[in-house]
Design a protein around this ligand. Structure first.
Ligand SMILES: Cc1cc2nc3c(=O)[nH]c(=O)nc-3n(C[C@H](O)[C@H](O)[C@H](O)COP(=O)(O)O)c2cc1C
Length: 211
């Protein structure tokens, strides 16, 4: 997918790390692209493994956009993607001067959560998250682990105190989901709403289950 006129598009950073739940990431990226967003995509080494392990070789990062188009439809071509190396600390999103308006780490491993909580900035994902916090822009962290240790819980508190939104990978069941994609739609909808986007990924609560 060509970068196109990225300077006129809203840019959102997405980091995929090595926690279970690759489908949450693919649905979120696809939904942003469908809205014409430019996605600055960072995938950690274990995030890359996760994509292949949970979604198959066809979802590997070098085939990521064609995979999204196959799974979610040609609407994803409304947006654009730049795929960054997680080792490139000189990438655009490593600087607060880059006009990225928000970021989601989805799914977020406990390791990356700890790094963000303590401002380590060792990788591009960690640095881009740190930039969001220092610039007071929206950072959505989607942790996935169970059960959780006290250090993990405290790291979530530290991130929340620093201004991040903690949005755990906890899909709801009151919409009576029938497929894994329904669960992913719910999480992606929550992430889009947290980033300030309108969406129809799940129907609003009507006061009645399944209505
Ligand atoms: C198959 C598999 C599943 C994993 N699931 C999780 C998980 O759900 N949550 C988590 O915090 N770590 C999980 N891990 C461990 C992380 O991938 C590991 O801590 C890694 O160092 C995270 O690095 P990253 O944050 O740079 O991606 C998993 C690892 C593997 C191989």
């Amino acid at each position: 997918m060509a970068p196109g006129n990225t300077e006129r598009r809203q840019a959102i950073a997405i980091a995929i790390t090595g926690a279970s739940g690759a489908i949450y990431a693919t649905r979120t990226v696809a939904a942003l692209l469908e809205r014409g967003v430019h996605v600055e995509l960072i995938v950690s080494d274990y995030g890359r493994r996760l994509l292949r392990d949970e979604l198959g070789e066809q979802a590997s990062i070098d085939r990521f956009v064609p995979f999204l188009a196959d799974k979610y439809g040609a609407g994803v071509h409304a947006g654009t993607v730049t795929i960054h190396s997680n080792r490139d600390l000189g990438a655009t999103v490593a600087s607060g001067s880059h006009g990225c308006s928000g970021m989601a780490i989805v799914p977020c491993s406990m390791k990356t959560l700890a790094a963000v909580a303590h401002g380590l900035s060792r990788s591009l994902a960690e640095r881009a998250a740190d930039v969001m916090l220092k610039e007071q822009r929206r950072l959505v962290i989607v942790p996935r682990e169970t059960p959780m240790s006290l250090p993990q819980l405290k790291n979530m508190v530290l991130c929340a105190e620093a201004g991040a939104m903690i949005l755990p990978a906890m899909p709801a069941f009151y919409q009576l989901p029938k497929t894994l994609d329904d669960l992913a739609d719910f999480m992606a909808g929550k992430i889009l709403a947290a980033l300030g986007f309108e969406h129809e990924l799940y129907p609003p609560w009507t006061g009645q289950v399944g209505a």
